[in-house]
Design a protein around this ligand. Structure first.
Ligand SMILES: [Mg+2]
Length: 152
């Protein structure tokens, strides 16, 4: 079985208050806060607890592969190194396209790319913390999508 996991709010904790406050700071401060924030997340859900022999697990995150790639890989390698794949669907670079300040459009685009990867990887199951995204995925792909936790 191939199981996919969202990262923020599923495998690691999420603090939307810190993120929202960082968004109203200058770009330089926001970037510094974000680098510290994403490098110092607390493990939340252990993907290994879902696996039987031969199962594989993947991470599909809306983080961008540019400035977040290395720190995300390091974090995952430190806490849960058994993943079969780590995929980024966010833009490449700080505040780079496709994010242009329109969160709903950005969120929809990343949801579409996540579902494309679920199909490409032939996942059997996907777990996400966002009720909005869970609803979208369930309309776009015919595999079980489990909502884990809650998100404001
Ligand atoms: Mg999430």
């Amino acid at each position: 079985m191939k199981i996919g996991f969202d990262l923020d709010g599923v495998i690691c904790d999420i603090d939307n208050v810190v993120l929202k406050i960082s968004h109203i700071m200058s770009p330089e401060v926001e970037e510094a806060v974000a680098k510290y924030y994403y490098s110092n997340r607390t493990p939340l859900l252990n993907p290994n607890l879902f696996l039987a022999d031969g199962d594989e697990w993947y991470v599909i995150t809306a983080r961008n592969p540019g400035w977040m790639g290395d720190m995300t890989r390091k974090w995952l390698d430190k806490f849960y190194p058994s993943y079969s794949g780590l995929y980024f669907v966010g833009g490449d670079g700080w505040n780079a396209e496709p994010y242009n300040g329109d969160f709903d459009a950005w969120n929809h685009d990343t949801a579409v790319r996540k579902v494309e990867l679920m199909k490409e990887l032939e996942l059997d199951l996907y777990i996400d913390d966002s009720p909005c995204n869970v609803s979208k995925y369930r309309q776009m792909i015919d595999i079980p999508i489990i909502q884990y936790g809650t998100r404001i």
